[in-house]
Design a protein. Structure first.
Length: 277
């Protein structure tokens, strides 16, 4: 198995940072945790309960963007004493997952999706709905479509579906905010610019965007993009995150096909092994 060979690897995600750090160590690297995001569930508890109840009342389609969102809605239904009704309503609907994290979370919850968007982007979701007949050239088929949107920002999917004859129900059961420790993000940017980092991993678009917002506030966004293009290997968990990286002027060194953290780090080790040879 390829090794990270003592290289310093930045972990920008908040969830499962400890697990990812352990994976870095197992591969022979040195983890550097500097979360650029903060997940908030308590602020969105009422919204999560509302969304779970919307599903229970009955929908034709349920579209899930993220594994975090899937789990948050299962948890909200459990807290509200209606977990059974929520699961039964999902079984009665057609379920579509955007990415593999949502797919895995749905399987864990007892409702594997009927459809998996390919590619795992909003465009892939729209294509899947089109192929299923929810969207047609003549308009929609009158279906009710529930969409669990990403917590960071309004999804493009509700806007894309708005012109069609579908009843849209959408929202996010959590919020993604900037890091609770802006000083740590500033120090990370300094390390990246000074050449003290070998690679940086991104597992969501907000992790990318928040880093560049912080760099812009420091007047160093262009320098950061140059460093990530020239001296730091930038690793992406999937196509949506890669798009966010490119939008900030950086070409990812790699995008893992597995869309798993373990696969991301193993692919990164392989990149370094090729460079070494």
């Amino acid at each position: 198995m390829p090794s990270l060979d003592g290289r310093i690897i930045v972990i920008t995600g908040q969830r499962r940072a400890g697990e990812m750090s352990e994976l870095v160590r197992r591969l022979g690297g040195e983890p550097y945790i500097a979360s650029t995001v903060s997940l908030r569930f308590e602020d969105s508890a009422q919204e999560a309960e509302r969304l779970a109840k919307e599903v229970i009342e009955g929908v034709d389609w349920a579209v899930f963007y993220t594994g975090v969102g899937v789990r948050a809605l299962f948890d909200a239904a459990e807290s509200g004493g209606c977990a059974g009704a929520y699961l039964e309503s999902l079984k009665a609907a057609k379920v579509l997952s955007r990415g593999r994290k949502a797919l895995r979370a749905l399987r864990e919850g007892g409702r594997p999706p009927d459809f998996q968007a390919e590619p795992g982007t909003t465009e892939g979701v729209i294509s899947s709905l089109t192929e299923a007949g929810v969207i047609t050239e003549a308009g929609g088929n009158g279906a009710s479509v529930f969409i669990q949107t990403p917590g960071a920002m309004p999804s493009a999917l509700p806007r894309a579906l708005a012109p069609y004859e579908v009843r849209l129900i959408h929202g996010s059961p959590y919020r993604i905010l900037p890091s609770e420790d802006p000083g740590a993000v500033s120090r990370l940017i300094g390390r990246l610019l000074d050449g003290g980092i070998d690679a940086i991993t991104f597992t969501s678009p907000p992790a990318v965007n928040n880093l560049f917002v912080a760099a812009d506030e420091m007047g160093q966004a262009e320098e950061l993009a140059a460093a990530l293009n020239e001296s730091v290997a930038t690793a992406s968990i999937g196509p949506v995150t890669s798009d966010a990286i490119r939008e900030n002027g950086v070409e990812p060194a790699l995008e893992t096909e597995s869309q798993r953290m373990g696969g991301l780090l193993q692919d990164l080790a392989q990149v370094f092994a090729v460079e070494k040879s």
